[in-house]
Design a protein around this ligand. Structure first.
Ligand code: NAD
Ligand code: TDX
Length: 341
């Protein structure tokens, strides 16, 4: 089988490419990625010479390019990770989120329809459900929770999901959607909370925590997410949405303090900074459909997963130090310059 993975030079897509190339030697994994600021071919080094792996550079929103690629490769399965993924960037520059996340998805759907792919899988997010109140721990996102987005990022992801479902209902395209909670693990770009805090704590730099650090995220190790997508594309029911999450809710402050403790760094590094506009309060996934239908079970708890992740960042300094010294340094200055001394 030929599996086209888009966004495979990013964090989750990269981990998924590793997973698939290692597990399915008889399948061909084609990685289509534009290599934006978030795409990094270093992430693919461990698999780049494998006979069942190929990289193609291109834009999912470029219709002619995508149609040509499908004509040439005729993929059986498409797994779409390619996206602009950072909420803070979507607040300062929403346009590119519409182009890549909405229009790019629609181009892939057209190509999948035209070339008769057997499964189109959309990698979505729990952020499409909006947020939950902090004082109602009994509430969780289910697959039938109404879409109620907050940021330009989550609105673009929800729009894409609606197009995916429309292509199923209107054209009978065999689609599935997964909506996962916050991921963490190896190859996570250091603009996101966990790798940002690890890299800055290691350099004894201030750690910018938004607001009071009380917002809650439901953390899942990236390899458990990859396993879930593998199950869904092979065994999931067409037309269905599957929530993915491991019941690991933590406040941001808890996460940051856990990292500081593991690195033996002082809590005085924490600096409370201006809150994110429209900041979602709490995400919490009910994954029982995925568990009951497909037998998915996460391998990591937050405690084992965060230790594995910290160990990875300690052992792979080159990977993230190269990123921090590049274009990303300018973004960081623009984003936090006024708040961090
Ligand atoms: P990421 O930003 O690390 O990677 C995105 C990748 O997509 C990059 O390699 C980038 O070069 C590529 N890309 C961007 N625009 C492109 C375009 N127009 N054409 C081709 N490639 C393009 O993102 P991530 O954190 O790995 O997230 C991957 C997917 O998972 C996204 O769709 C995101 O919405 C979803 N998701 C992420 C999380 C999370 O916690 N990170 C949780 C749930 C869902
Ligand atoms: O410097 C920071 N300080 C801070 O307090 C950053 C970057 C984040 N935060 C807070 C904001 C959030 O409450 O930490 C929490 C996590 O922030 P992010 O890492 O930016 O993730 P989030 O906004 O929750 O979105 C992530 O999970 C869902 C991914 O980036 C999305 O792509 C995914 O869909």
């Amino acid at each position: 089988m030929k599996i086209l993975v888009t966004g495979g030079a990013g964090f989750i897509g990269g981990n998924f490419v590793h997973h698939m190339v290692n597990k399915y030697a008889d399948d061909m994994i084609i990685n289509l990625d534009l290599l934006t600021y978030a795409g990094n071919l270093e992430t693919l080094k461990p698999v780049e010479d494998r006979p069942n792996y190929k990289f193609v550079r291109g834009d999912i929103a470029d219709r002619d390019f995508v149609m040509d690629l499908f004509e040439k490769e005729r993929p059986d399965i498409v797994v779409n990770f390619a996206a602009e993924s950072h909420v803070d960037r979507s607040i300062t520059d929403p346009g590119i989120f519409v182009k890549t996340n909405v229009m790019g998805t629609q181009v892939l759907l057209d190509a999948s329809k035209e070339y008769g792919v057997k499964r189109y899988h959309q990698v979505s997010t729990d952020e499409v459900y909006g947020d939950l109140p902090l004082d109602r721990p009994d509430l969780f996102f289910r697959e039938d929770t109404p879409l109620h987005t907050s940021s330009p990022y989550s609105s673009s992801k929800a729009s894409a999901d609606l197009f995916v479902l429309a292509y199923y209902r209107t054209y009978g395209l065999p689609v599935t959607i997964s909506r996962c909670s916050n991921n963490y693990g190896p190859y996570h770009f250091p603009e996101k909370l966990i790798p940002l805090m690890i890299s800055r704590a290691l350099a004894d730099e201030k750690l910018p925590v938004y607001g009071k650090g009380e917002n809650v995220r439901d953390w899942l190790h990236v390899s458990d997410h990859c396993e879930a997508i593998d199950l869904i594309i092979h065994k999931g029911r067409v037309g269905e949405i599957y929530n993915v999450g491991g019941h690991n809710e933590k406040t941001n402050l808890e996460v940051v303090k856990t990292i500081l403790k593991a690195l033996d760094k002082p809590e005085s590094l924490i600096e409370f900074v201006t809150d994110r506009p429209g900041h979602d309060l709490r995400y919490a996934i009910d994954p029982s459909k995925l568990e009951n239908e497909l037998g998915w079970k996460p391998q990591y708890t937050f405690e084992t997963g965060i230790q594995q992740t910290i160990d990875w960042y300690l052992a792979n300094r080159d990977w993230w130090e190269n990123i921090i010294s590049g274009e990303y340094a300018n973004y960081f200055e623009k984003m936090y310059g006024k708040d961090l001394a």
